[in-house]
Design a protein around this ligand. Sequence first.
Ligand SMILES: NC(=O)c1ccc[n+]([C@@H]2O[C@H](COP(=O)([O-])OP(=O)(O)OC[C@H]3O[C@@H](n4cnc5c(N)ncnc54)[C@H](O)[C@@H]3O)[C@@H](O)[C@H]2O)c1
Length: 326
Amino acid sequence: MRILVTGGAGYVGGFAARYLLASGHDVVVLDNLSTGHRACVPEETLVVGDVGERAILDPLLSQHRIEAVMHFAASAYVGESVRDPRSYYRNNVANTLSLLEAMLDHDVRRLVFSSTCAVYAETEEMPLHEDSAQAPLSPYAFSKAVIERMIADFSRAYDLDYVLLRYFNAAGASSDGSHGEDHRPETHLLPLALQTVLGQREKLKVYGSDYPTPDGTCIRDYVHVEDLAQAHQLALHATTGANTVFNIGTGAGHSVLEVLRAVERVTGKPVPFEATARRPGDTPRLVASSDKIRRELGWKPRYEELDQITATAWEWHRNHPEAYGG
Ligand SMILES: NC(=O)c1ccc[n+]([C@@H]2O[C@H](COP(=O)([O-])OP(=O)(O)OC[C@H]3O[C@@H](n4cnc5c(N)ncnc54)[C@H](O)[C@@H]3O)[C@@H](O)[C@H]2O)c1
């Protein structure tokens, strides 16, 4: 299939793009490199440009005779979205609207969209199912919820087939150590802990140690980025008439301190940390039920253990201390 991958020079999109290429698909990556890296994807697949620009989208969709779109491109920092909601509604909502309009105009009717567990309401009932209550708190999360709704409305009115994937915490690096996570600034726990082990950071900050969890720190569901990539491929093949949503997580929750212990086990080195105040907007526990995608698409993560995920990330950070460049 000929697939447009928006945001394919980013972390998750890069893994999906390379997975699709390895499976024999034709892939075109559209990325403005605002947070992505050229080295994430083969040079010949990359078109540098903005997903909101019809002057770029239109020729790209027609010349490459695109049949399906995987839409990863987004701004994805919760804190930044609170400080600067305008740019989040522009980049996430308005630019997705341009993309959907271009897709309809070029008769591209299959879409897989990167959504997030941040759309769910805070609740003590875990795991979260696809029909759990929603209450997106931050502008980032709300922008994703708006896009989900927009896609569903477009589907009903204009015959668009879609799958929404709500990821929990993407983590890890490629099994051959060649690609990994490199957000700038980095806000994700595992890379931050590994950078601390490498001496690139003095101490890791643990935000909140008084949550109602067994060790007082927040619990999250870490899913390996290659397992996410596999879920995208399965979702793509299932798009026709699917029009549905799947959670992607392993179903196992790990606290911040458990992640630090895994890093210490894997690297054999201590992770210096300091406990600081809670961060606004962090919920105590976010764990996925991924029963639906396992049952309906046959998805099964290769990496179920936190130590395995951590080991791949360590391999990447150890061998690429500068990640994708200085
Ligand atoms: N990383 C996670 O744990 C996680 C969890 C839930 C959802 N998501 C979602 O998954 C997607 C990918 O996340 P990521 O961690 O890979 O982020 P990322 O920042 O590494 O990737 C986003 C990519 O999109 C590109 N981009 C942004 N705006 C663009 C635009 N207007 N035009 C073209 N390219 C643009 C960036 O340059 C970057 O390469 C995002 O939509 C994010 O909201 C990620």
